[in-house]
Design a protein around this ligand. Structure first.
Ligand code: PMP
Ligand code: GLN
Length: 388
């Protein structure tokens, strides 16, 4: 194996979902819903298969999907993209991220990002020969446990060696939604140092009351330096379809496309028009999606608090992070997650794997709420046994 991948092993998601299958535990680890999404979207995929959309789609993605992505960005955020040169369909957001990082980074280029971070960031930056410059997100007791960062630490991380700022909002695993004030700072620093921004917004529609998703590309002076990445998996409960996309200036999309074409070339022909149907659903679909998930978030959060954890209430996403130390004094999140299925029949994810400096996340564990309410209730009931 290449030295670039030393230490990456098997992803935590594969390990923990395999453990859930082996033990029959309730899987609140890997973030995937246990119910299907809108029937219109599922029917469109079936129809597309029957209608013969079963061969390679065009390199940039099927026009019907690219058009739907452009309309979605305009409808929700007032952002305008050219359907021919500024949009690219990818194999999930994962491939969009890989394409962007491999297509834009040179050996030694620095990438400033916030940790904890989604696990593929670190691996793709390593493959691209880039250097990671993490800025730590920490729960702020004065803000009710909302995750924040030190502004000076962020400013100091961006230097003449920085090529990219890689942002994820709404954020996995913390559930943080970067607010306008925080985004303004990031945008100002990006412009001051003339660096590009890649922003991962896969949870854009899973935002709860009190928070608002603001896309970085909409801030003054940012559209020309921001590549926005998203995917249909979380919005349409189709995580297995792996239909993702990016929108941004033609130069950034072209760089990412040049790498992406040699990864998968293309994927998911029948799922592309089906995802286009989803993106065109009325506003009510998107608000109901967030409201339903908020209800599940509340149920899981209350259960985690009742089980004795210190829980950080997420503003968005599938995930709630807890500090396990009130329940397990040694604070070893990895050992806790490996033993949890056996102890009480629940699977969770240790946040440690999302940190470059793993010590920062040793005591933190993530639970997903994208499950039926009866499943969440059953998991919560089992977790209550930890206290006894
Ligand atoms: N980014 C973040 C922050 C994620 O949580 C995920 C996981 N779904 C992805 C990217 C990958 O998305 P996809 O499944 O579309 O590749
Ligand atoms: N994004 C999901 C999570 O964080 C799934 C990731 C994966 O399976 N690679 O749980």
């Amino acid at each position: 194996m290449t030295a670039k991948l030393a230490g990456f092993g098997t992803t935590i998601f594969a390990e923990m979902s395999a453990l859930a299958v082996k033990t029959g535990a309730i899987n609140l680890g890997q973030g995937f819903p246990d119910t299907d999404g809108p029937i219109e979207v599922l029917d469109a995929a079936v129809a597309a298969i029957r209608d013969g959309f079963n061969q390679y789609p065009p390199g940039p993605g099927m026009p019907v999907l690219r058009q739907a992505i452009v309309e979605h960005q305009r409808r929700f955020y007032g952002l305008d993209y050219d359907v021919e040169t500024e949009v690219l369909v990818t194999a999930g957001a994962t491939e969009a991220l890989a394409g962007a990082l491999l297509g834009m980074l040179d050996e030694g280029d620095e990438v400033v990002l916030f940790e904890p971070m989604y696990d593929s960031y670190q691996a793709c930056i390593a493959l691209a020969g880039g250097v990671l410059k993490p800025v730590v997100l920490r729960p702020d007791p004065e803000a009710g446990g909302r995750y924040g960062f030190d502004r000076d630490e962020f400013r100091a991380a961006v230097t003449g060696r920085t090529k990219l700022i890689l942002l994820n909002t709404p954020h996995n695993p913390t559930g943080k939604v970067f607010n306008r004030d925080e985004l303004d700072l990031i945008a100002a620093v990006a412009q001051e140092h003339d660096v590009l921004v890649v922003t991962d917004e896969v949870y854009e529609h899973l935002v709860f009351s009190g928070a608002e998703h603001v896309p970085m590309a909409g801030l003054p002076g940012m559209a020309e330096r921001t590549l926005t990445i998203s995917s249909g998996g979380k919005t349409f409960n189709t995580t297995g379809w792996k239909i993702g996309w990016m929108c941004g200036p033609a130069s950034m999309v072209t760089a990412a496309k040049t790498a992406k074409q040699f990864l998968t070339y293309v994927n998911g022909a029948p799922f592309q028009p089906a995802t286009a149907v989803g993106l065109q659903l009325p506003d009510a679909f998107f608000s109901r999606l967030a409201a339903d998930l908020e209800h599940k978030r509340d149920r899981l959060y209350a259960g985690l608090v009742a089980a004795g954890f210190t829980a950080y209430r997420p503003e968005a996403t599938y995930f709630t992070t807890v500090d396990i130390r009130p329940v397990q004094a040694d604070g070893d999140g990895i050992a806790f997650c490996r033993s949890l299925p056996e102890r009480v029949g629940v699977v969770a994810i240790p946040n440690q794997v999302f940190y470059a400096n793993q010590e920062h996340g040793r005591h933190l564990v993530r639970f997903a709420c994208c499950k039926r309410l009866d499943v969440i209730d059953a998991a919560v009931e089992r977790l209550a046994d930890l206290a006894s």
